[in-house]
Design a protein. Structure first.
Length: 428
């Protein structure tokens, strides 16, 4: 296919995406792939917990035989930390054709971000598994089938996967068919509320990457995170609201909303803490909230932060934790009605290129195994360092870390566990 034909295929998919109804995206992607000279295409999206890839099927394919290729039927797992009705799919949800995110070309494409090429199942042609990303946020994978002896242009296939990612992200907030594909069981009300406020798990530029994980994904209590950019600055928030009910989710949602409102109005970190303190007292007077509110200037590595009753952030430099580098005098949590409101102290430190900052909630380090052993800060940082030494990207390192934490607790967390990892890697 020449450049003109390829451009028309992309234009056709983009034009179709403006008007397609729910369930028609899979067909539109397949049509675009065939216009490129490929024989088939299949979109698979990662679930919210990042344990499986589920295919986005055309309406006629749902409930029928498996799609072409190594996508196998599987029982919907009893997901750890899920609501009491876990173990059965939600009504009218995606079919349970899934690929685990371990031990397959599809999982390697997702976990490493590197396309995988393998022989087709029938021995003719090839199958390519391509990562679907939105910037640095991992969405899923695209499978494309190439005919025998076809000259496959990997760059064009990656361009197709990129366009698919843009379309999926554009529609994810209002097309339930897409949302359902990323879930296995229903969420609790507080989890639905919390996820509606949170940004993508991973954001980044040439200068910095910020990535996060949060469990239990389907029934979050009061944890939440936020990260966003303004010019050269990365804004970060991690909060932990008291309790594990709908009011907890409301408290953390209020905190995230207050962060955004204050910073978009030109306020600073101390202003953010003050507004959250005031609004918690007004709307959730019986609730406390701890949090770290931070800002990284990616032009010079200056990190500023306010810590209100939260575990101190950790600084990892040259594969070692710098002891007490970000520990400061303790300050009270937010929402303590009756106490004199004190402005949060803004701390500053200069990072070095390659430094990583780890912010977590106490549900991570205080998690206990069946034998009563704490997960602990040392184990947390050791796993991050080992992953970096093995060449794992930060999003994959956190995915594996949170799954290791779940396994230690027999897949039943007693508290929310949130981790945000920021790496400053200024471009030269």
């Amino acid at each position: 296919m020449d450049d003109i034909g390829f451009g028309r295929a992309m234009e056709g998919l983009l034009a179709a995406s403006q008007r397609i109804g729910p369930g028609e995206l899979a067909t539109a992607v397949r049509d675009a792939a065939r216009a490129m000279g490929l024989t088939d295409a299949l979109v698979l999206l990662a679930d919210v917990r990042q344990v499986q890839l589920a295919p986005l099927l055309p309406p006629a394919a749902e409930g029928t035989d498996a799609p072409t290729g190594p996508v196998v039927v599987s029982e919907v797992p009893d997901l750890p930390g899920s609501p009491p009705h876990a173990g059965a799919p939600a009504p009218e949800r995606s079919p349970s054709w899934v690929l685990p995110l371990e031990g397959s070309p599809a999982s390697r494409a997702y976990c490493t971000g590197v396309p995988q090429s393998v022989p087709a199942e029938d021995g003719t042609g090839r199958v390519l598994w391509l990562p679907i990303v939105d910037g640095v946020e991992r969405i899923g994978v695209l499978r494309v089938d190439a005919p025998p002896d076809a000259a496959v242009d990997i760059d064009r296939c990656l361009a197709l996967a990129s366009l698919v990612g843009l379309i999926v992200v554009a529609k994810l907030s209002f097309v339930d068919d897409l949302i359902d594909t990323t879930r296995v069981v229903p969420m609790t009300l507080q989890a639905e509320l919390a996820w509606a406020f949170m940004p993508p798990r991973t954001v980044g530029t040439r200068h910095v990457t910020s990535t996060a994980v949060l469990e239990p994904a389907y029934e979050i209590g009061g944890d939440a995170f936020d990260h966003s950019f303004s010019g050269s600055r990365l804004r970060l928030t991690v909060v932990d609201a008291m309790g594990h009910d709908l009011a907890s989710g409301g408290s953390s949602a209020l905190a995230i909303a207050a962060c955004r409102a204050v910073r978009r109005a030109g306020g600073g970190l101390a202003d953010i803490a003050a507004v959250i303190d005031r609004e918690l007292d007004r709307w959730f007077p019986e609730r406390l909230l701890t949090g770290v509110f931070a800002e990284l200037d990616t032009s010079d590595g200056r990190l500023s932060w306010v810590n209100r009753g939260h575990p101190a952030p950790l600084l990892i430099r040259r594969q070692r934790v710098v002891p007490a580098a970000l520990e400061r005098a303790a300050e009270l949590p937010l929402g303590l009605a009756g106490y004199e409101r004190m402005p949060g102290t803004v701390h500053e430190v200069l990072l070095e290129p390659g430094d990583r900052v780890l912010i977590h909630t106490d549900g991570v380090t205080e998690a206990r195994s069946a034998a009563g052993e704490l997960f602990g800060e040392e184990r947390l940082t050791d796993m991050i360092v080992r992953a970096a030494e093995a060449g794992e990207a930060a999003p994959e390192a956190l995915r594996r870390l949170i799954h290791a934490l779940l396994e230690r607790q027999d897949h039943r967390l007693t508290d929310d566990a949130t981790i945000v990892l920021v790496e400053w890697h200024p471009a030269h």
